[in-house]
Design a protein around this ligand. Sequence first.
Ligand code: MRU
Length: 355
Amino acid sequence: MSIQPADALAIHPDNAIVWHDDRLYLLDQRILPGETRFIACGSAADTARAIKDMVVRGAPAIGITAAYGVVLGARARAGADPLSWRQALAADIEALAASRPTAVNLFWALERMRRLAETLDTAEPVPALLAEAQRIHREDIAANRAMGELGAALMQGPTDVITHCNAGALATGGYGTALGVVRSAHAAGKVRMVYADETRPWLQGSRLTAWELAQAGIPVTVQSDNAAASMMARGEIGWVIVGSDRIAANGDVCNKIGTYALAVLARHHGVGFMVAAPTSTIDMGVASGADIPIEARDPDEVLACGGKRIGPAGVMAHNPVFDVTPAALVDCIVTERGVIRRPDAEHIRALMAGT
Ligand code: MRU
C-alpha cells in the first residue's frame, strides 16, 4: 500500500525509514526524486518484498528495515499463537534474509533480532523486539555522525570529491556514511563540489545522491560513470568517498559496481580513496572479498535506462550490482570506532576485537 506525503510523514532523506502507528513506512526510493511517496509495510512478507524490490536499499538501511520486519512478524506470530511464536518467527527471519544477498548489515541485524527473540520468555515479544529495532536504528545514526566527524578530519580541503552510488541518509538510518563524511566536511568548509557518478544501471547517484545533496544545500554535479578518469586528471579531486555493503576480514571492500574502477583510477592519479562504513558492515566471517556473494539483478536493467528499453531485443547483458576493491587500493576505512589507514587483516582484527 502506498500513501501520499500529505499523510503526515515529512519527506526528507533523513526520514526514509519510519515506524509510525505500529507500522513501518518506507520512502519509495524507486521513484525518487520525481515522486515522493511512502510505502506502508504491515507484515514481515511486505518488508522482505520491499527490500527485494528496492523500495529501500543501501546496506545499513536494509538491515534496519529487516529489524522492523521482524517486529511485524513477531506481532502476527504471537497474535496467532502466543505459545510457539518463536518457531514461526524463524520462517519470517529466513524470508527477510533471502531478500538480498550481498550487504552483510541485513544478516547482522537479523541475527541481533533472532538472538534477542531467543531469550524472550513471553507471550508478548513485540515491545522488546521493537525497542531493539529502534536501538539498531538509533545506533546507526549515531555511528554515521561519528564517522562524519572522523572522515572530515582526514580531509584538508577545500577540495572536490567524487562519490559513487548513494551512501547517504537514504541508504542508512539517517545522515549517511560516505555522504555523512561529505556533510560534515562541507560544514567545515572542506568540500567545494561533489561529483556524483550517475551509477548505471539503477541511477542511485543521479536520482538519490543528487537529490539528497541538493536538499542539504551541498553543491553537486552529476557525471556519467565514465567521466571519473578525466575529472581526476584535472587535478582538482582530493578524495573519492564511498560506502560499503560488506568489508571482508582482510579489508577488501565490496560496494556498488564501478567502485573498484574508481579505486584503480584514484591510485593512478594520487587521489585519496576513503571508505566510510559502520562496523556492522565488517564481516569477520569472510576471509577475503572473493568469498562475498555478489548479487546479479535482472539484465533488463542494463538494457534499459530510466525504465525505457534501449537495447535491441534478443541481446544478452550482465548485471552484477557489486564489485570488490582489494584492500591494497583503499587508503582508509572510516568506522564509528575509528579510522583504519591502509587496511589489512591485522588492522581489521584489532578494530573488531571485543565484538
Ligand atoms: O544496490 P544498492 O543501492 O542497495 O547498493 C548500495 C550501495 O552499494 C551503497 O554504496 C552501500 O550500501 C553503502 S550505503 C551506506
